[in-house]
Design a protein around this ligand. Structure first.
Ligand code: B12
Ligand code: SF4
Length: 526
């Protein structure tokens, strides 16, 4: 690697909506890991900023990035615009936007972004960096040669380049975990096992990319486009991640975020064998994996049990055959959901059931059926949670095409910040996209009824032995973890800027933080 190459610095930022908490930024970790693995940049030239709440703009400024890559989901888009404008003014870097929003709606590409990356981002990001490393700027003619880019040509017209083939499973990067601080990878969580709650230290991974299905509402279909994008990661790759997290970071629970995890029984068997061989099976639990009821039979449930799965997240969506047929492309039926719930109960695996409300064309009779199904599930012995989500037409989905595009809704009139699916407040009427002729009062009444089912399960779960104690412990441990992380970053900022350190010591400012940090890290009660 020559000097020009290694001097480029990139800052990858996961843009957060204000109420969102951190979480491990596996998307950015994957992009950063690819750059390291391919020898594009050394680790020290890549900074991953997980939460714009913890890492101030000042921190980004100090790193002096040449390139800033923002990962942006739809509701975070207004915040991404603000942040990008601010950073552009202050630092004049090349700014790239990637992720769900720009992939779903590339026709909205605009300044202050220099380019947008559509879909799987690793290859395009490498091409952009290599161009800049060669001392070249991102002109439209050069960008026209990079697949997956969206940009503006010299006349200001938005151009969307063709897509490159998806990465082969072996080329999907293994995580370079050292790109993150350990406190950014792990998180304390309460899990329920054998009817009791306890605290675990968890971390997430992916063991596949893509999903074999194409549900009409699903934002993931926007990134992967087709079921053929489903790729299982090589087993040694998955095991390397698990071993690192287990042996180095001492996790006791593993979150597998695969879009649909339980697809192949053979794959689960292989994973069980690999974990057994390494002496990990039985020492970590899987608190939640995503399953599809239509794929579940008793043998599958037994395998998931053997693997250590405690809870499965199941997209139930609707109790109405008609609505479910539309949402899931006729690939799921209510009886399959009921059968799967019963089978999981037999093996004491708990269920998080996810429901969608206010789907286009939904009638009172459809909502009643969803209510009945949710209330049935809420009373099953293995119900862990009921999730009620307002149907959102995420850009690029078929639901978006069927509703927003077909009805010629003016896209600029949409409030991106409202593109969130989960709401905890009592009145949601103003946030419903598809009102289907219901009044505000009717919408809130339906929501209230459904909410009661969620509440019923939550109350039951929070009465389990150990729940309250574990929740308190989790809050305390995570607060300490974040305090420790913030202190590390503050320390790094200060040592990289000695003159600032001296002035702070002089003013006594630094001691105020030292005392505050020690208090936060050592405090006993949350
Ligand atoms: C983990 C997760 C979270 C974590 C966040 C973890 C973190 N990053 O800190 C938590 C739980 C906090 C969270 C919160 C929310 N999330 Co979330 N989350 C996910 C999840 C499960 C995994 C993300 C991931 O790592 N994917 C794996 C990587 C490899 O895929 P990827 O993200 O698509 O990234 C690739 C490309 O998109 C592209 N790319 C992405 N970013 C960038 C940036 C650059 C510069 C480039 C070049 C390329 C690029 O390259 C990547 C690698 O190929 C996804 C669903 C999923 N399975 O992906 C939902 C998902 C991303 N979340 C979603 C949403 C909406 C939310 C919330 C608003 C809550 C909600 N459901 O209403 C909040 C707000 C988040 C925020 N930013 O403030 C939606 C986004 C849909 C959309 N169009 O906006 C998803 C798709 C789930 C869904 N509903 O379908 N989330
Ligand atoms: S909702 Fe689930 S099963 Fe359907 S396409 Fe999305 S990830 Fe796949």
């Amino acid at each position: 690697m020559n000097d020009v190459q290694t001097s480029i610095r990139i800052c990858l930022i996961d843009v957060k909506v204000p109420y969102s908490y951190g979480g491990t930024p596996l998307n950015l970790l994957s992009l950063g890991s690819y750059l390291v693995e391919r020898g594009v940049l050394p680790e020290k030239n890549i900074k991953i900023i997980n939460s714009t709440n913890i890492h101030s703009v000042e921190y980004i400024t100090q790193f002096k990035p040449d390139i800033i890559g923002l990962s942006v989901v739809t509701p975070a888009f207004p915040y991404a615009l603000k942040l990008a404008s601010l950073l552009k003014k202050k630092l004049h870097p090349v700014i790239i936007i990637g992720g769900h929003h720009i992939t779903g709606i590339p026709e909205l590409f605009d300044e202050p972004f220099d380019a947008g990356v559509i879909g799987e981002g690793e290859g395009a990001l490498e091409d952009i960096i290599r161009l800049i490393q060669n001392g070249k700027s991102l002109t439209p003619s050069r960008m026209s040669l990079i697949p997956n880019l969206v940009y503006k040509d010299t006349k200001g017209t938005i151009v969307k380049n063709p897509m490159r083939p998806l990465l082969k499973p072996e080329a999907i990067p293994s995580y370079q975990w050292s790109l993150l601080e350990p406190e950014e990878i792990v998180q304390y969580e309460t899990v329920v096992e054998n009817g009791k709650a306890r605290t675990t230290l968890g971390a997430p991974i992916f063991s596949s990319r893509g999903c074999p299905y194409q549900c009409v509402f699903c934002a993931r279909t926007v990134i992967w486009k087709t079921g053929k994008a489903f790729r299982l990661l090589p087993m040694d790759h998955v095991m390397a991640d698990i071993e690192y997290l287990y042996r180095k970071l001492h996790i006791t629970s593993l979150w597998i975020y695969d879009d649909t995890f339980a697809v192949s029984k053979e794959r689960i068997r292989q994973l069980i064998q690999a974990l057994k061989k390494k002496g990990i099976l039985g020492n970590i639990v899987l608190p939640q994996v995503f399953v599809r009821a239509n794929l579940i039979d008793e043998e599958f449930v037994q395998l998931l049990k053997e693997l250590g799965v405690l809870t499965v997240f199941m997209g139930v969506e609707s109790g109405s055959r008609r609505i479910l047929k539309y949402l899931k492309n006729d690939s799921l039926q209510v009886f399959q959901v009921k059968n799967a719930v019963k089978l999981f109960a037999k093996y004491d695996i708990r269920i998080v059931g996810s429901f969608m409300l206010f789907v286009p064309g939904e009638k009172p009779a459809d909502l009643d059926k969803t209510y009945q199904l949710a209330s049935w599930l809420a009373h099953e012995p293995n119900a862990q949670a009921i999730g009620m989500y307002i149907t959102v037409p995420f850009p690029g989905t078929r639901l978006w095409e069927d509703s927003v595009i077909k009805n010629k809704i003016d896209i600029t009139s949409l409030q991106w910040k409202n593109f969130v699916t989960y709401h905890s407040q009592k009145s949601i009427a103003n946030l419903v996209f598809f009102r289907n002729g219901f009044t505000n009062k009717q919408l809130d009444n339906y929501w209230g009824r459904m909410y009661k089912q969620m509440d019923y399960v939550d109350k039951h779960i929070s009465s389990l032995p150990g729940w309250k104690e574990s929740k308190k412990e989790v809050e305390l441990f995570n607060a300490r973890r974040v305090a420790w992380l913030e202190m590390k970053y503050r320390f790094n900022r200060i040592i990289h800027n000695p003159s600032r350190l001296m002035s702070r010591i002089g003013s006594g400012h630094v001691w105020k933080y030292v005392v505050k940090d020690i208090r936060r890290i050592t405090r006993i009660r949350p």
